[in-house]
Design a protein around this ligand. Structure first.
Ligand code: MN3
Length: 197
């Protein structure tokens, strides 16, 4: 087993009222865990297929690897990019880059809320560093892995699967996406940008 569920950096009720204790606990304990287990299983199956020299199932195996890896990665970033002390505004290099690429925080925020709200079915809103253009971009991810840009590094991710918001917001994905910015840990996002560059 090469992948493990990372420790949650705060208590289950730490992000209330943005996310209720029950919603956060189920999301982390059940949903995130299932991607970790799915990734380990998919890696084992792929290794067994290679050892047996039987690649008849390589297509569904590749799909399971990409889906579960991306789900595990995004949830790991999602927990960390929120904090009970979050909200406010980005500072320093991150603030300058947001100013340059979105005309300011409000531009980023409205694009990210719109992108997240408009994801077809289940997916994510993603702020990423795009190395080719040396700029920040807002992307959508369908499921976890579709619509990605190769090489782009996710800095801030917003889960738009119904399991992320339905208990607390019912069908109001836009309201959940707006409220997310009350808990964003901009210092964490700034450190990820620094590492990505
Ligand atoms: Mn989720």
């Amino acid at each position: 087993m090469s992948h493990n569920l990372p420790r949650l950096p705060y208590a289950y009720d730490a992000l209330e009222p943005f996310l209720s204790r029950q919603a956060l606990e189920i999301h982390y304990e059940k949903h995130h865990r299932s991607y970790v287990e799915g990734l380990n299983a998919a890696e084992s199956r792929t290794e067994e297929a290679r050892e047996a020299g039987d690649f008849a199932s390589i297509r569904p195996a590749s799909d399971a690897l990409s889906f579960n890896y991306s789900g595990h990665l995004f949830h790991s970033i999602y927990w960390q990019c929120m904090s009970p002390d979050g909200g406010g505004e980005p500072e320093g290099a991150l603030a300058h880059q947001i100013e340059r690429d979105f005309g300011g925080l409000q531009g980023l925020r409205s694009q990210m809320v719109a992108a997240t709200t408009a994801v077809q079915a289940s997916g994510w809103g993603v702020l990423a560093w795009q190395p080719l253009g040396q700029r920040l971009v807002v992307l959508q991810a369908e499921k976890h892995q579709n619509l990605a840009q190769w090489g782009a590094v996710p800095l801030l991710v917003l889960d738009a699967w119904e399991h992320a918001y339905y208990l607390d917001y019912q069908n109001e994905r836009a309201r959940y996406s707006e409220a997310f910015f009350d808990v964003v840990d901009w210092e964490f996002v700034g450190r990820r940008l620094e590492q990505a560059r």
